[in-house]
Design a protein around this ligand. Structure first.
Ligand code: NDP
Ligand code: ZN
Length: 361
């Protein structure tokens, strides 16, 4: 028995091994109980995020298995709960990395849903009644309507999917920290998140620097919107941009040789270093690195419903989509996408497609 009682997806079924990308196996699973505000989506495409790699490689500690990743989901609405008002059957929609929050607490009411204490992530999360959440490497997704977004008609499904996580994770902090005319912004790590960081910072009117470990992404970074490019893999790189940035957005997914002290030196007095990357290992920082320019260290998680809607509007107006390549969703394709993401090969997002042929159980 498959949909609507059970869905099928590619799952990691046991504890991950550090640095080893596992082969995800197709399983049939029971989704959360269908509630009055829920929307069922027949998935058409799903982006592969750096967080999926951290999760399946066990880099964020143990979780409840089976784990089905995928939180850059797009598809068509096939069923709506009795109280759903925001979308209807047939609509083109997307879901990001958050699938539920209480919608009543002061944080939810202040457009800070990602920070709600009762937030449920799109995969690997648990609802109050014990039901688990499963991601978009599946044929269907079931999500509360507040976290379901209409995809503008002029954006392709494949190009829009990565907006739902990589896009909003960079858009939200850039807007909240005032990226715009007169501001100089540095984007660290030109991957799935970082390439959107460059697009948004440019679209918002800031002066944009791409900070990447080597020279290899220079031409792409300039096309994406960078006004300047700094290769950070050489000793003393920070001296060329000392006291340059109002704000740095760091999208690095690893802490290997990451010298936070050098990045802090590139901030203006009172400048902000906002980290969104979530490497397994710690960064080390010396107190005097903050002292000399009174700089701040902070972070940011996803973005609110309102911010996602604003971002989708901007993406539609300026026709900004992910630079991506597609891979068919099947056992081999899922492995190829996750392993490639681990190695840093996508330019700049892999998106799983061919969902009609992708499930066999
Ligand atoms: P990608 O693999 O696409 O990109 C990561 C980039 O980080 C690389 O392209 C590389 O850029 C840079 N990088 C890797 N290692 C280092 C290093 N040691 N020092 C400096 N830069 C490095 O991953 P994503 O963009 O998909 O995800 C990035 C991170 O963001 C992940 O950790 C993910 O879990 C996290 N994330 C956080 C969210 C949030 O809400 N805060 C939401 C979604 C994801 P280059 O080659 O240019 O140096
Ligand atoms: Zn993500």
């Amino acid at each position: 028995m498959v949909y609507p009682d059970t869905f099928r997806g590619y799952a990691h079924t046991k504890e991950g091994t550090k640095n080893v990308v596992p082969v995800l196996k197709e399983i049939e699973f029971k989704p959360k109980v269908f509630a009055e505000h829920d929307v069922d989506i027949k998935v058409v495409a799903c982006g592969v995020c750096g967080s999926d790699v951290h999760s399946v490689c066990g880099e964020w500690g143990s979780t409840d298995y089976p784990l089905i990743p995928g939180h850059e989901i797009v598809g068509h609405v096939v069923r709506v709960g009795s109280k759903v008002t925001t979308v209807k059957v047939g609509d083109r929609v997307g879901v990001g990395a958050q699938s539920f929050s209480c919608l009543e607490c002061p944080d939810c009411l202040a457009d800070n849903e990602p920070y709600c204490l009762n937030s449920v992530g799109t995969y690997g999360g648990k609802y109050e009644n014990g039901d688990k959440s499963y991601g978009g490497y599946s044929d269907y997704a079931r999500v509360h309507e507040h976290f379901v977004f209409t995809i503008p008609d002029n954006l392709s499904f494949e190009g829009a999917a990565p907006l739902l996580c990589a896009g909003i994770t960079t858009y939200s902090p850039l807007v909240r920290h005032g990226a715009g005319p007169g501001k100089t912004v540095g984007i660290v790590g030109i991957g799935g998140l970082g390439h959107f960081g460059l697009m948004w910072a440019k679209a918002l009117g800031a002066e944009v620097y791409a900070l990447s470990r080597s020279e290899s992404k220079k031409a792409d970074a300039i096309k994406l919107g960078a006004d300047h490019y700094v290769a950070t893999g050489v000793d003393g790189w920070h001296k060329t941009v000392e006291r340059k940035f109002d704000f740095i957005l760091c999208c690095a997914n690893s802490a290997d040789n990451f010298d936070l002290n050098s990045y802090l030196k590139t901030l203006k007095v009172g400048g902000h270093f906002i980290n969104v990357g979530l490497p397994e290992d710690n960064y080390t920082v010396h107190p005097t690195s903050f002292l000399k320019n009174a700089s701040f260290l902070g972070s940011s998680l996803l973005g609110s419903r309102k911010e996602i809607q604003d971002m989708l509007k901007l993406a539609s107006e300026q026709k900004l989509e992910a630079w991506h390549s597609t891979i068919p969703v099947n056992e081999e394709g899922v492995y190829k996408a996750l392993d490639g993401c681990k190695r840093g090969t996508p330019k700049y997002r892999y998106v799983l497609t061919n969902y009609e042929q992708g499930f066999t159980l």
